[in-house]
Design a protein around this ligand. Structure first.
Ligand code: NDP
Ligand code: 8X3
Length: 248
């Protein structure tokens, strides 16, 4: 299989690349940080191709896809993993720019990538789009405001893809992870405040990028008649809170 992974320079994306290559598949490593994906491509050898990509730019997406060498052009699995959370401030304080960036990346970028890749999959009668959502799209929490809303969008977009793709042979899945450590997610969210990022995972045994990579690999290697619509994962140490009630 040829697997095109956005956000392959770190975290889930890099681990998914390692997992697919270790099972004999080929991966396109796409992200903005060219040096990172070039290093990973060197690590993975001939089965990996690094492609600089900013999903917030339609021109960048079109250039990345049209520039693929012929033997890499067929995308069997698209993993829309590139994404980010910015800030945990309440909605009435958070800078609007942070919301714009999350919407541009997590929603606009994901749909633009999908729209660019889907027609070839439908024409071939096979293919899989894996979108990386989040538990933040299922449950509200303070400071989750637009991040959670973008991931709810990802979930519903995936299910609506399923509605359109019935009968085409093309599959679509939303993976919604909970607390997951060992990636740059919180360092990005706290804008380089690595102490604040580390506190998120203090005293926990969070999910790992390998857990998510194994899940994506399992979904991608199920028989073609099986479609996982949506799957939610949490570490065993994570659960649910009661409703907040302000008294007095
Ligand atoms: P990381 O910060 O480690 O990785 C994010 C990746 O996204 C990087 O490779 C980054 O690459 C890429 N990226 C960000 N913006 C762009 C862009 N504009 N164009 C292309 N690539 C971009 O985070 P994770 O691996 O933890 O997160 C991956 C996905 O999983 C995200 O969608 C996140 O929302 C989701 N998620 C994460 C959870 C967690 O707890 N870690 C839990 C649930 C969901 P570069 O900067 O080089 O462009
Ligand atoms: C990442 C999980 O709980 O930090 O999507 O929003 S959470």
């Amino acid at each position: 299989m040829n697997v095109f992974i956005t956000g392959a320079s770190a975290g889930f994306g890099a681990e998914m690349a390692r997992t697919f290559v270790s099972h004999g598949h080929r991966v396109v490593l796409a992200a903005r940080r060219t040096d990172r994906i070039a290093d990973l491509a060197r690590e993975l050898g001939e089965a990996a191709l690094a492609v600089t990509l900013d999903v917030t730019s339609r021109a960048s997406i079109e250039a990345a896809l049209s520039g693929l060498p012929s033997e890499w052009k067929q995308i069997d699995v698209l993993v829309n993993n590139a994404g980010l959370a910015l800030n945990t401030a309440p909605a009435y304080e958070v800078p609007l720019e942070d919301w714009d960036t999350m919407i541009a990346t997590n929603c606009q970028g994901l749909v633009t990538m999908t729209r660019a890749v889907l027609p070839d999959m439908v024409a071939r009668g096979s293919g899989l789009v894996i979108n990386i959502g989040s538990v933040a799209g299922h449950y509200p929490y303070p400071g989750g405001n637009v991040y959670g809303a973008t991931k709810a969008f990802v979930e519903q977009f995936t299910l609506n893809l399923r509605a359109d793709l019935v009968g085409t042979g093309v599959r679509a899945t939303n993976i919604a992870p909970g607390l997951c450590g060992g990636t740059e997610f919180s360092n990005v969210r706290f804008k380089g405040d690595d102490d604040a990022a580390a506190k998120v995972y203090e005293g926990t045994q969070p999910l790992t990028a390998k857990d998510i990579a194994d899940t994506a690999f399992w979904i991608a290697t199920l028989p073609p008649h099986v479609n996982v619509n949506s799957i939610e994962l949490m570490p065993t140490c994570q659960g649910f809170s009661p409703f907040a009630v302000r008294r007095g």
